[in-house]
Ligand binder design. Structure first.
Ligand code: 5GP
Ligand code: ZN
Length: 305
């Protein structure tokens, strides 16, 4: 890293360079052509690394059934991050009231009601009910490649903490042994990938940002059991390094929740490796400069070969 930058200052730099496009809301930005290309190249790099594994490629919209979010347990741990989709559900009088409220700068959302949709909080969530609906997994389990825009309600001036961002994930489903072996392999692959990009990194046990006092217990238990690892890259000065990749072992939580079984009838275990594409892009821009065409040749070769 060159000079020290406050979190807010890095955001200002990204905006001034035209890489992030302001919308007026913290954590919600447009992407320039240069940033978009970088995100696509990173996505392509993950594809290349995963190619030999023959993962099934599935893509879902950035919304999922609200019922899936309710069943998943997400609201138990992260009520503060969840987003639901609301829509107008009124009559013509309500419509007139809405327009009057809008005109007068009052709250116009009185007639908004929850729809059946919620916003996807992590790319892997739609995978579990989808696979469960197919019946038991084949012998050897399953491997799914998924990607999504994700929403988390945490407005921030840190450019590494977005409200809407892109996550690429590989999800392994099967026996505990299959799933653990997958995670161990990706811990190594992920580290090698980031080292090839000439980014400094460490891998540490971690926990999710569970809500409230009860959440502290869940966080401690998750960390003590080594269920979550993060690959961290120093990006923001004076702050903890940023998790750019996550390696999560859910045990049989999703298997039990969604009735997903192995070929021999046990609740399937699952693990996912998540790549935060914007975080990786920002790490590269921070360490190698805001102009990708001037990055070291060895780094460019990894992404543009
Ligand atoms: P997790 O589900 O482990 O919290 O997140 C998976 C990956 O998504 C993280 O390793 C990280 O790279 C990315 N991610 C999580 N939260 C954010 C965020 O607020 N902004 C961005 N840009 N990426 C995030
Ligand atoms: Zn996941």
């Amino acid at each position: 890293m060159t000079t020290a930058l406050a979190p807010d200052a890095l955001l200002e730099e990204l905006l001034a360079a035209g890489l992030f496009l302001s919308t007026g809301v913290d954590g919600l930005y447009g992407r320039s052509a240069v940033l978009e290309e970088l995100l696509e190249r990173l996505d392509g790099l993950v594809s290349a690394l995963a190619a030999e594994d023959g993962a099934e490629r599935l893509r879902f919209p950035p919304a999922l059934p609200r019922r899936t979010l309710e069943r998943s347990g997400y609201l138990k741990g992260f009520p503060h991050l969840a987003g639901t989709v609301h829509a107008f559900a009124g009559d013509e009088r309500d419509h007139r009231e809405l327009l009057a409220a809008l005109e007068e700068g009052r709250d116009w959302t009185r007639c908004q009601r929850p729809t059946e949709l919620a916003l996807v909080p992590a790319a892997c969530y739609p995978v579990y009910p989808t696979l469960a609906a197919r019946g038991p997994l084949p012998a050897g389990g399953g491997l799914v490649d998924v990607a999504s825009w994700c929403f988390r309600h945490e407005p921030s001036r840190e450019p590494t903490r977005l409200q809407v961002f892109r996550m690429r994930e590989l999800v392994r489903l099967g026996t505990p042994e299959e799933v653990r072996a997958f995670r161990a392999a990706w811990l190594e692959r992920g580290r090698r990938m980031v080292e090839r990009l000439a980014l400094p990194c460490t891998i540490e046990t971690a926990h999710d940002p569970f809500f409230g006092r009860g959440g502290r217990v869940m966080a401690t238990s998750q960390k003590d059991q080594g269920l979550k690892f993060e690959l961290l890259v120093p990006i923001l000065d004076g702050a903890q390094p940023t998790a750019c990749l996550s390696f999560n072992y859910h045990q049989d939580h999703f298997g039990r929740t969604f009735g997903l079984r192995t070929a021999t009838g046990e609740a399937a275990h699952s693990a996912c490796v998540g790549f935060g594409l914007e975080r990786l892009a920002i790490a590269l821009l921070r360490h190698h400069g805001l102009a990708p065409e001037r990055w070291p040749r060895s780094v460019r070769a990894v992404l543009w070969s």
